[in-house]
Design a protein around this ligand. Sequence first.
Ligand SMILES: NC(=O)c1ccc[n+]([C@@H]2O[C@H](COP(=O)([O-])OP(=O)(O)OC[C@H]3O[C@@H](n4cnc5c(N)ncnc54)[C@H](OP(=O)(O)O)[C@@H]3O)[C@@H](O)[C@H]2O)c1
Length: 289
Amino acid sequence: MSKIWVIGGSGQLGNEFQVIAKSDKTNEFHFSDLPEFNLLNEKDISKALNDIQPDTVINAAAYTAVDQAEAEPEKAYAINATAVGKLAELCAKKKIFLIHISTDFVFDGKRSKPYHEDCSACPNGTYAASKHKGEIEVLLNTKHAAIVRTSWLYGNFGHNFMKTIQEKGSNGNELKVVVDQCGTPTWSYDLAEVCLKLTAKRQEIKGVELFHYSNEGVATWYDFAWEILSLTGEKPNILPVSSNEFPRPAPRPAYSVMDKTKIKNFLGIRIPHWKESLNNCITKQKKKK
Ligand SMILES: NC(=O)c1ccc[n+]([C@@H]2O[C@H](COP(=O)([O-])OP(=O)(O)OC[C@H]3O[C@@H](n4cnc5c(N)ncnc54)[C@H](OP(=O)(O)O)[C@@H]3O)[C@@H](O)[C@H]2O)c1
């Protein structure tokens, strides 16, 4: 039994914990998000820690507007780095285990084989750099935490690539999708479940551990879009294009596949392939309609 406080409870990942909380009989969940709770406000954090008295805090809150971050770096760093440091410090004072979510974007994408936890981070762009700084803040400010890097998150809540493709690619509408970036999609529900498995094994985590977690397999955004439309029951009409044809304010890693051996061994889990999880996600979506 754990008492878990999820920050960013109304976001894409946060909502998955809300779904799980409805039927989870082993854990007690508390959720916070804007506007009632602001991670930038130290008093809000202290008050919630005192009121809830959690044994685990899961930080699913973040500044996630990757391109917009180039125009407002102060905001991105404040939420993704400075506030994370304060959260880690306050958790450490109360000996609370912290799970902090980070990103594959901490890598520059120049590798051609999966990144493991010991690979050097080399973030490009403000969002990526602010998330990397957040990891460092956790390392500096607490002695009991798990930093979980994930990639290409999608699911049935919030805004994400799956929903955009479903909206724009319906009825045979032609789409252009980049084919020269490789990574692994991750269903937000799978990530939430893995965070809860880490929570259950928190006593075995000594210090601050870094883990990579995504679904299995490798995809380009083009592959991902094709599979989304096929599983949704649409006929994909997608033109593969290069990233150069889609210039964006923030750079993206060309290759960000992560090696997940560490988390698989630690938790003793099998990770579903991205196509299997996408199928499960879309099946769930259809049932909701
Ligand atoms: N999405 C991806 O593809 C992806 C990939 C790799 C890693 N990640 C990481 O995974 C984690 C979860 O991502 P997500 O896609 O679930 O993000 P999301 O849907 O954008 O959710 C983030 C939540 O944090 C909230 N938030 C933002 N600023 C806050 C503040 N100052 N105080 C309290 N709450 C605040 C947001 O509220 P508002 O909506 O009101 O701003 C939102 O509810 C993040 O750490 C992200 O960096 C995401």
